[in-house]
Design a protein around this ligand. Structure first.
Ligand SMILES: [Zn+2]
Ligand SMILES: [Zn+2]
Length: 193
């Protein structure tokens, strides 16, 4: 799988997915395998475009349960190999090259909602240049890489289903709430998930 496959999966080409691609390729190189099942776990500390590349390239996906999302807003990705407690922590340390004042001013207009063709063209060009820089940078320029020891995350569990007493829909047992002696799903219990 290559960067073109990632673009196809993600839906568009962008700097974020380029970063994710570089992270994913490095993770596979460091740990030497792609996850068919759950032998590789990724802990991602953001939910940006980059995570889509990690899912596709590393096989660590939301559906398989070997993609763990921590909402820290950080460009940090930790990969853990099972069953050995071998792990690598990849922190993005890359700084984009300084912007010329003209482009910076146009970017500000775009951020404020300006979608005129001249502004959009400059923004697209800026994105394309940033993406190219990411794809061409060395790993040392992009990342801070560390080998770490971590506790092994549990493998995905299969739980019995319970019928919600209010809506009648099935719900995974640990996600039920006991309200007035009845088991309810979270939406019916009124509790914010
Ligand atoms: Zn994107
Ligand atoms: Zn319900």
């Amino acid at each position: 799988m290559n960067f073109q496959d990632v673009i196809k999966f993600h839906g568009h080409a962008c700097p974020g997915v380029a970063i994710g691609y570089r992270v994913a390729v490095l993770a596979l190189k460091e740990l030497g395998l792609r996850a068919k099942d759950e032998e590789l776990v990724a802990i991602v500390e953001n939910n940006s475009c980059a995570v889509d590349a990690v899912q596709l390239i590393c096989g660590c996906t939301f559906g398989k349960g070997n993609l763990i999302f921590k909402d820290y807003g950080k460009h940090v990705y930790t990969f853990i190999k099972r069953p050995e407690p071998e792990a690598v922590r990849i922190a993005v340390s890359w700084e984009p090259p300084a912007e010329d004042p003209e482009t910076a001013a146009i970017w500000k207009r775009y951020a404020a909602g300006d979608r005129t063709p001249e502004v959009t063209a400059v923004v697209q060009d800026r994105k394309a240049r940033k993406m190219k820089a990411i794809l061409e940078a060395s790993e040392a320029e992009l990342f801070e890489v560390r080998r770490i020891m971590v506790a092994m995350p549990e493998t995905a569990k299969i739980y019995p289903s319970i019928n919600c007493a209010k809506c009648g829909e099935n719900v995974m047992e640990p996600k039920t709430r006991k309200v007035g002696g009845q088991f309810l799903c979270i939406p019916c219990s009124g509790e914010e998930a």
